[in-house]
Design a protein around this ligand. Structure first.
Ligand code: DGL
Length: 269
């Protein structure tokens, strides 16, 4: 199985996969650091980029299941990827609006995602289908994914910046109803969960979809192969470039710690 993201947010899904199927699935990881962040890309350009990049990744990974562990990519390119690579089972990641609609008591839901994801027709359809009877506040956070990567690198988070990034998702309506559920609509954000809980202006339920995505990916994998497949000792991380702000050593260290014993730079491979 290949887990793909623009950066390191997909590790939240890779970790969940490892928790749920430790040793039973060979997991490769791909990070498109050369394209990160996806949040501000124009829609057609991002779609074309993802379809082309997937072809290069599939030459390096023998995966039959690819998890697009990125809301920004899934909401724009899932259909195009399925059409272009019909032999691959793609599992997408889209904002968890349906569970949020079921969980809210106040009827006010916040969605934190990238500016790209909140603009998508796909996201609008999710709101209309599952949460039409609630108030849904979509907030495109510009720097939150980068803050999550920064936390992975340094262990630190700028609390003030975090508060500013999330504030618009928290609202109090004229009738007094408050946001009580916040969807983490970008795979980077669960990396910040403890800090998000502290920075929230009042307690809310944060919906972290990592486990649900991992379970879905494992179901698809079983259907695709009829069995879970043998674990391979060396799991590969495929990178399209350097991660901004990271030394090669820091990145290798992190990825090895996550279980990726071999790191391949696409341009040198
Ligand atoms: N992790 C990606 C997502 O789930 C977005 C990060 C970015 O590239 O801006 O949307």
């Amino acid at each position: 199985m290949l887990v793909f993201d623009s950066g390191l947010g997909g590790l939240t899904v890779a970790r969940a996969l490892r928790r749920l199927a430790a040793g039973q699935v060979r997991l490769d990881y791909a990070a498109d650091f050369a394209g990160f962040p996806y949040g501000d890309w124009e829609e057609d350009a991002l779609k074309a980029h993802l379809v082309a990049l997937m072809g290069r990744l599939l030459q390096r990974s023998a995966a039959s299941v690819v998890v697009i562990a990125c809301n920004t990519a899934s909401t724009v390119a899932l259909e195009a990827l399925r059409a272009q690579y019909p032999h691959i089972s793609f599992v997408g990641t889209v904002p968890a609006i349906k569970p949020a609609a079921q969980a809210t008591q106040s009827g006010v839901i916040g969605v934190l995602a990238t500016p790209g994801t909140v603009r998508r027709e796909y996201t609008e359809k999710l709101v209309h289908t599952f949460a039409w009877h609630h108030r849904v506040v979509l907030h495109g956070a510009r720097g939150l994914a980068a803050l999550a990567e920064e936390k992975l690198r340094t262990g630190k988070v700028d609390g003030e910046q975090l508060r500013r990034e999330i504030a618009p998702a928290f609202v109090q309506a004229a009738d007094g109803a408050h946001t009580d559920v916040v969807v983490l609509g970008c795979t980077h954000y669960p990396l910040l969960l403890p800090e998000l809980r502290k920075a929230a202006p009042w307690p809310v339920l944060f919906i972290d979809p990592s486990d649900a995505i991992a379970r879905q990916a494992l179901r698809v994998m079983q259907q695709a192969r009829g069995r879970k497949g043998a674990a391979a000792p060396l799991q590969v991380a495929l990178l399209t470039g350097e991660a901004a702000g990271w030394t090669r050593w820091e990145l290798v260290n992190l990825l090895e710690g996550e279980g990726f014993g071999k790191i391949v730079m696409l341009e040198d491979a």
